[in-house]
Design a protein around this ligand. Structure first.
Ligand SMILES: [Zn+2]
Ligand SMILES: [Zn+2]
Length: 434
């Protein structure tokens, strides 16, 4: 539709010149106000919910309505970002959190009420986001995002927001985003300081690049091991902080996300934030580490073809999946490879020689679950971990969900000649997104 132009006088006065967002290209600067006029389409005169947003020159409300965003973590930061994205009319929000609401969350969580204590954060945050804006569909994922967020969900999302309280979850989220080649914007809080890390994989550094070797070693050890206790995962979310800092960090995070959705340039490989005791904003360029376990070694799958199978994590088995992989690769020797993704514990062995067969995800089985019943040994049994399955393990009747694979996940099949296929559990699409 051809619009007609209306001159609007800038009532805010001269805005300071917008600095470049870094890395070249065109920043969506405060240009409409500094130019003193904006251009309005006839549809912009309709005073609906989104009227003031549509007046922003580069804004595309329909694009936002058609967009999915993953918000990992529904604590102080997640509450703020979900509130922002719901107000902005982002059509689909994937809300991941494994925890319940505690009374101490109520000082920093705009979406939670006293009566919500004891309920799941992901559930309540989703309900409230849809209450703020009924145009929004929020989908809760209750569980550990390392295991419960399917890569196919990220594949269908424009951007991934990290609103987490521990480094372990951040690393896994960053890996998921890296593997799907999605921009990830990770916010963090510490007392009155707040910051946002921005990454646009596969270019530039990733979140894991900044970790020290000792931290990486600990992750590698933990990845093939039993579950970390809450006290081992940083401070288990008990970081001293305030809602004011969460608003600032999430506000910045949400605004960068909206620009990313519009295809506008966003800072990449940067740490932006506020020193809250001196009101100084900082902007730090991050370095790529060639030895980084994620971006230095893992493959970004964004450009690879994905086979959209009819498989569903709940309804189909490992045998079904191997059938699809073998048909796709034309090889009866093809197997499922979960390398770079997750490891499965297929048994526990005690020093006394006793063995217990089971299927559980490495990193998701607690030490208490791994105590020997045959002897008095107080150390947990040693997990037998594997990441490749060819059907000889005796698990062909186990569902994909029982093997710890989430709905809409994407897995890799391979054959001995080195051919590979990426298989998505696309049978979950309808049920997951509705
Ligand atoms: Zn990296
Ligand atoms: Zn024993």
């Amino acid at each position: 539709m051809s619009g007609f132009n209306i001159k609007v006088t800038d009532v805010r006065g001269d805005a300071p010149e917008a600095p470049d967002a870094g890395g070249g290209g065109q920043a969506p600067a405060a240009d409409e106000t500094s130019a003193g006029k904006i251009s309005i389409n006839a549809s912009d005169l309709v005073e609906d919910r989104y009227h003031r947003l549509r007046l922003i020159k580069w804004w595309d409300q329909q694009l936002l309505a058609d967009t999915t965003v993953v918000v990992a973590g529904a604590g102080a930061l997640g509450n703020e970002s979900l509130k922002n994205l719901a107000l902005l009319g982002v059509g689909r929000l994937i809300v991941c959190d494994m925890d319940g609401i505690e009374t101490s969350n109520l000082t920093r969580s705009v979406l939670f009420r006293q009566g919500d204590v004891g309920r799941q954060k992901a559930d309540v945050a989703s309900e409230r986001a849809m209450e703020i804006n009924p145009d929004v569909k929020a989908i809760p994922i209750e569980g550990d995002l390392r295991f419960s967020l399917g890569l196919g969900v990220i594949r269908r999302s424009a951007v991934v927001l990290g609103c987490l309280d521990n480094i372990a979850a951040r690393v896994y989220l960053a890996r998921h985003a890296y593997r799907m080649g999605k921009a990830s914007i990770d916010a963090g809080l510490d007392t009155v300081n707040g910051d946002v890390y921005t990454f646009t994989p596969p270019e530039g550094p990733c979140y894991e690049c900044r970790l020290k070797e000792a931290d990486r070693k600990e992750f590698r050890r933990r990845q093939s091991c039993l579950k970390m206790s809450r006290s081992e995962i940083d401070l288990g979310g008990k970081v001293p902080t305030a809602p004011t800092t969460a608003s600032i960090a999430s506000g910045l995070q949400s605004q960068i996300a909206v620009r990313a959705i519009h295809g506008l340039r966003i800072p990449t490989g940067r740490r932006l934030g506020l020193y809250g005791m001196s009101d100084v904003f900082f902007d730090i360029t991050l370095e790529k580490d060639p030895d980084c376990p994620t971006c230095g070694w893992m493959e970004c799958l964004a450009e690879r073809e994905v086979f959209e199978s009819e498989l569903s994590a709940e309804a189909n088995t490992l045998g079904d999946l191997l059938g699809v992989i073998r048909a796709q690769l034309g090889s009866e020797e093809a197997y499922l490879s979960l390398e770079d993704d997750r490891e499965v514990i297929v048994g526990l062995t005690c020093v006394c020689g006793a063995r217990r067969d089971l299927v559980a995800l490495a990193g998701d089985l607690s030490e208490d679950d791994a105590l020997c019943e045959a002897c008095e040994e107080t150390e947990p049994m040693k997990p037998d971990v594997r990441s490749q399955f060819d059907g000889s393990e005796g698990f062909n009747d186990k569902t994909l969900a029982e093997l710890g694979l989430p709905p809409l996940h994407i897995v890799k099949g391979a054959d001995p000649d080195g051919n590979e296929v990426l298989v998505e559990f696309t049978g979950d699409l309808e049920k997951f997104f509705g």
